[in-house]
Design a protein around this ligand. Structure first.
Ligand SMILES: [Fe+2]
Length: 213
């Protein structure tokens, strides 16, 4: 997902965002500028922390070191979740996953049907507050679950693989929709889900946690 070189993380380009249905080019362009800010802030934070370490200030009692360290989760997830989000959109996408696909089977196993899963995912998106909705897969069991993430960092299930990521910060839609039209934005999001990308993110269970217990 994220590319890094000697100078830090590199902002990604997304060739898949042209021609989205219900999300304008202006909305997407503005959102990409925000995303670039997270990449920049991750690099700045890492540089600042490296400088503090070089000064022997890597201490939990050093307020600057502690505060910059606390910000890492916010900035890193702000970068990474946006990359998942932008790369699971595509103009001309299919409105639902293919009937015989692995993602359809995973959603049916966990929720009973794709429709029930989507009802749950949409309901989470309608919750008050800014954050994200994630469809994730537990790599230990291959089971999929929906999650709410407050801001960028609170509520991310450790080690789970994001499969489908929806940004429900107001900046994600307020160029195209009013503040009270998040539901219309979520409708538009679902007209642009690139299900082939979601399917590719699925992984086989690496170890069965129940077997190891
Ligand atoms: Fe965003």
């Amino acid at each position: 997902m994220t590319y890094v070189n000697a100078t830090g993380y590199q902002e990604q380009r997304f060739a898949n965002l042209e021609g989205l249905d219900g999300l304008s080019a202006l909305q997407v362009a503005e959102h990409l500028v925000l995303y670039a800010g997270y990449v920049r802030q991750v690099n700045i934070l890492n540089d600042e922390l490296a400088a503090l370490r070089a000064q022997g200030r890597a201490s939990g009692r050093d307020l600057q070191f502690a505060e910059l360290t606390r910000r890492l989760g916010y900035e890193y997830n702000g970068m990474i979740l946006h990359e998942y989000y932008f790369s699971n959109l595509r103009g001309g996408a299919d409105p639902r996953p293919a009937a015989g696909s692995a993602i359809t089977a995973a959603l049916r196993d966990a929720f009973g049907s794709v429709e029930r899963w989507q009802t749950d995912f949409r309901a989470i998106g309608g919750m008050r507050g800014v954050g994200w909705v994630l469809l994730c897969q537990d790599p230990a069991t291959a089971r999929v679950t929906n999650h709410w993430v407050t801001l960028h960092q609170d509520g991310v299930p450790a080690g789970f693989k994001p499969l489908l990521v929806m940004d429900v910060w107001e900046h994600a839609f307020m160029r195209d929709y009013a503040a009270n039209e998040k539901g219309r934005y979520i409708d538009a999001f679902f007209r642009n889900v690139d299900w082939a990308t979601v399917e590719r993110r699925l992984c086989e269970p690496q170890a069965m946690r129940t077997a190891a217990a």
